[in-house]
Unconditional design. Structure first.
Length: 434
């Protein structure tokens, strides 16, 4: 039975533990052990697979630590404060304008300037004071950030979006369906409409009411008087940020980009030699936990794959579908939601589900475009709402800089509700009409 599948049991345990505010890091560890035990795997082997699989996110974890150090360094120069002040002038006290501006800027992090979550720890902590003044509900901001981190890669074939859509193309070709990237792009806009609807509901309805927060000093961020004009240290800080972007684009390595940016700040004198230890410590405090969560999340994904329960879960859907395209589409998407919630990666989910969804979709009579949409949406589902996804961990890293934003209840639950539900609805409708 599907309900007794090790993946289902494990993810259910993780969700329950997280909702009861049990530490996310430990929740994932416990859930990994549960998955192994339920599949008949010895605990020792489970832990070995988990530890061995942690290397899958080693680069991501290192990126987060270095980006945290870079964020602390940029904030120390006062550049982030200047940017925050300029943004405050643009929004002119209009909180909805600020939230939508954040969503708009975060979209560029996936394509125009593909730095993913790198901008969040640099910019968002410096905006918390303005958000407090405007009494903005940070749950709405979390939804805005996650929207910008997800929607572009779902619908726009540039940057991370091109990678995502090419994976869909390559996996479908590998499973006997000849398609092009253009065909993927031509249907994924349907999923984007669901994301836009979720954002509008979150910003204009669910989290529009004022919410009070205390004005707290952020330990990792240096307190500076906000200067009106850019000085040499500000320009060098900006040069460091540009360096991180250029190095990442040229080498494909975000950790190298972060390291080069820190070196630029040091060599230019914007950051003094005796301040480096303090900045690295600040980076670890700001992003270290997220880095370790990403490490253990990769190990958890390895355990889930090693059990073989993911494939059996996906395969068991065909036995429940019958000849109903509606039930088939819904179950296919729900399985994608479960798998991505556990693995925490839309990109990593696609190869797993495509192997079964291609022949299953054909047997149910779905068109090629409908199958593309089902695979794309099934992969994207769960990225919002997963405690182990960087689409939720990134926003929390910025919004919780003053320890007033809960990862589960203020980021994961709101983003799960506002994005996974419309993705399910639009995914099913789209598959039925294509």
């Amino acid at each position: 039975m599907v309900l007794f599948n090790p993946v289902v049991i494990s993810i259910a345990v993780m969700i329950v533990l997280c909702l009861f505010k049990f530490n996310v890091f430990l929740s994932i560890l416990v859930s990994a052990i549960v998955a192994g035990v339920c599949s008949g795997m010895p605990i020792g082997d489970t832990m070995s697979i988990l530890v061995g699989g942690m290397g899958g996110n080693a680069e991501t974890a290192l990126s987060y630590i270095l980006l945290g150090a870079l964020a602390a360094a940029v904030s120390k120069t006062g550049l982030a404060s200047i940017l925050a002040k300029k943004i405050s002038k643009i929004v002119k006290g209009k909180k909805l304008t600020l939230i939508l501006l954040i969503a708009f800027m975060s979209c560029f992090s996936q394509n125009l300037i593909p730095v993913h979550i790198a901008f969040i720890p640099i910019l968002i902590p410096s905006l918390l004071g303005l958000m407090n003044k405007l009494k903005i509900d940070r749950r709405g901001v979390a939804c805005a950030l996650t929207f910008g981190l997800k929607t572009p890669y779902i619908a726009i074939p540039v940057g991370f979006g091109l990678i995502f859509q090419n994976i869909i193309r390559d996996q479908m070709i590998a499973n006997g369906m000849e398609i092009t990237t253009g065909m993927v792009t031509s249907v994924m806009w349907i999923a984007a409409i669901g994301m836009i609807l979720g954002l509008l509901v979150a910003v204009f309805i669910t989290y529009r009411k004022p919410r009070d927060y205390k004005d707290k000093t952020i330990e990792e961020i240096e307190e500076n008087e906000i200067e009106e004009k850019m000085t040499s240290k500000h320009w060098f800080a900006l040069l460091g940020a540009v360096t991180a972007f250029i190095v990442q684009i040229l080498t494909g390595s975000l950790p190298l980009g972060g390291l080069c940016a820190i070196i630029v700040l040091f060599v230019s004198g914007a950051i003094k030699f005796d301040e480096i230890d303090e900045l690295v410590d600040g980076g670890v405090k700001m992003m270290g936990l997220i880095g370790f969560i990403m490490l253990v999340a990769a190990g958890y994904g390895s355990v889930l794959r090693e059990t073989g329960a993911v494939e059996s879960l996906v395969a068991s859907v065909s036995g429940l579908v019958g000849n109903s395209k509606l039930i088939g589409a819904l179950l296919m998407l729900l399985v994608g939601l479960l798998v991505t919630m556990g693995i925490g990666s839309s990109f990593g989910t696609l190869p797993i589900i495509a192997a079964i969804y291609c022949p299953l979709g054909v047997s149910l009579g779905f068109s090629v475009k409908a199958i593309i949409l089902l695979i794309g949406v099934a992969g994207a589902l769960g990225d919002a709402g997963s405690p182990a996804s960087d689409s939720t961990l990134g926003p929390t890293a910025g919004l919780n800089a003053d320890k007033q934003h809960d990862h589960i209840w203020d980021t994961c639950v709101p983003t799960f509700i506002h994005y996974n539900i419309p993705l399910l609805i639009f995914g099913v409708i789209g598959a039925m009409i294509l």
